[in-house]
Design a binder for this molecule. Sequence first.
Ligand SMILES: CCCCCCCCC/C=C/C=C/C(=O)SCCNC(=O)CCNC(=O)[C@H](O)C(C)(C)COP(=O)(O)OP(=O)(O)OC[C@H]1O[C@@H](n2cnc3c(N)ncnc32)[C@H](O)[C@@H]1OP(=O)(O)O
Ligand SMILES: NC(=O)C1=CN([C@@H]2O[C@H](COP(=O)(O)OP(=O)(O)OC[C@H]3O[C@@H](n4cnc5c(N)ncnc54)[C@H](OP(=O)(O)O)[C@@H]3O)[C@@H](O)[C@H]2O)C=CC1
Length: 333
Amino acid sequence: MAARVVGRTGRLAAVVRSSAVRLQSRLHGSTGLRSGSQANFFPPLEDAMLPSGSFNNRMALITGGGTGLGRAMTATLSQLGAQCIIASRKLDVLQRTAEEISSQTGNKVHAVQCDVRDPQAVSQCVDQIEALTGLPDVIINNAAGNFVCPSERLSPNAWKTITDIVLNGTAFVTLELGKRLIQNQKGASFLAITTIYAESGSGFVVPSASAKAGVEALYKSLAAEWGRYGHRFNIIQPGPIRTKGAFSRLDPTGAFEKAMIDRIPTGRLGTPAEIANLAAYVSSNYASWMSGAVIRFDGGEYVSLAGEFNELRSVTPDQWKLLEAMIRKTKGS
Ligand SMILES: CCCCCCCCC/C=C/C=C/C(=O)SCCNC(=O)CCNC(=O)[C@H](O)C(C)(C)COP(=O)(O)OP(=O)(O)OC[C@H]1O[C@@H](n2cnc3c(N)ncnc32)[C@H](O)[C@@H]1OP(=O)(O)O
Ligand SMILES: NC(=O)C1=CN([C@@H]2O[C@H](COP(=O)(O)OP(=O)(O)OC[C@H]3O[C@@H](n4cnc5c(N)ncnc54)[C@H](OP(=O)(O)O)[C@@H]3O)[C@@H](O)[C@H]2O)C=CC1
């Protein structure tokens, strides 16, 4: 009897999972999941988490919203009723994404070209946004540049390129919008997408690590200073989530993927739809008491990398018997 119930529940769970994956691939493209066995405990739930209409009458700007995680965040916000503006360098990519998402959700997505490294371009982009939708209620600073490279091979321009996109770009967008919102006495939610190594630092991505740490300092500082103007500032630190932009520049041969998954306690990569749900929550009025928060979203990878004894996961029960006997036999110091 119990086995029949478990069997039925298992089949039901499989049906729910596969329809969630179908919805996810319609809105966000393929999940591209590869996983270890414990991933079965942690299936991604990928439909929009917030009540429908949570972003009705709200405008959201997502930098880098044409691709990858920014695209997924745009799809979710749009599905929840927001009018979205996506901004980055490649107008054709933005326009394609905007049309695809608008046609699926029925809510307008605007595409605006902008290189966030250029403060004048940012100011003109905000002029365009004001004309299209008015100043946004939600700002997601998601645009970034990165590549793995031994630090001794970095040219000054390589350093400048990454830190300009990540730190200066985020600062230009945040300050330009912040000043105009303050002038108009309008509050907003600002969210920055950083990464787990913003906290630890990491070799081989040193410009990105330095710039993302700067973004976190910027957002924590403004959370303290600009609450009085109705602004909230929060940070999400994602762990690995497959996107073409990230994986082609950080693991171009795919050689590191298995080792990376093996060290993630939940046994799989994150999915774009999962981070989109988190970003939507943080940007929504359900999170109106959340400001200055740094949210790690990495399946447990950071703590797994940090704990000195975590490699002991590979010790078998028989080996533990021997180890325990050795330890118990030790007397004195
Ligand atoms: C261990 C496995 C890991 C697997 C994944 C794990 C993920 C977990 C954590 C992930 C964190 C992710 C963080 C991210 O930010 S991912 C986002 C990635 N997306 C992008 O980068 C998209 C945008 N990128 C770009 O447009 C380019 O890549 C760019 C180089 C950043 C900028 O383009 P552009 O302005 O056109 O610059 P260029 O003129 O091409 O180059 C400027 C200078 O940089 C030098 N350079 C470029 N590439 C390299 C390289 N690969 N190595 C060394 N130097 C490089 C280039 O030579 C220029 O310098 P100059 O020659 O001195 O002028
Ligand atoms: N995927 C992952 O595993 C992880 C990603 N992240 C972070 O998530 C965010 C999204 O990354 P992801 O989706 O993976 O990668 P993508 O490469 O898909 O996204 C980066 C976006 O930034 C835009 N961009 C780059 N340079 C500029 C610029 N100068 N001006 C304006 N826009 C620019 C790009 O558009 P365009 O080329 O049109 O300018 C692109 O849409 C980034 O902040 C990244 O650091 C953090 C940890 C893990």
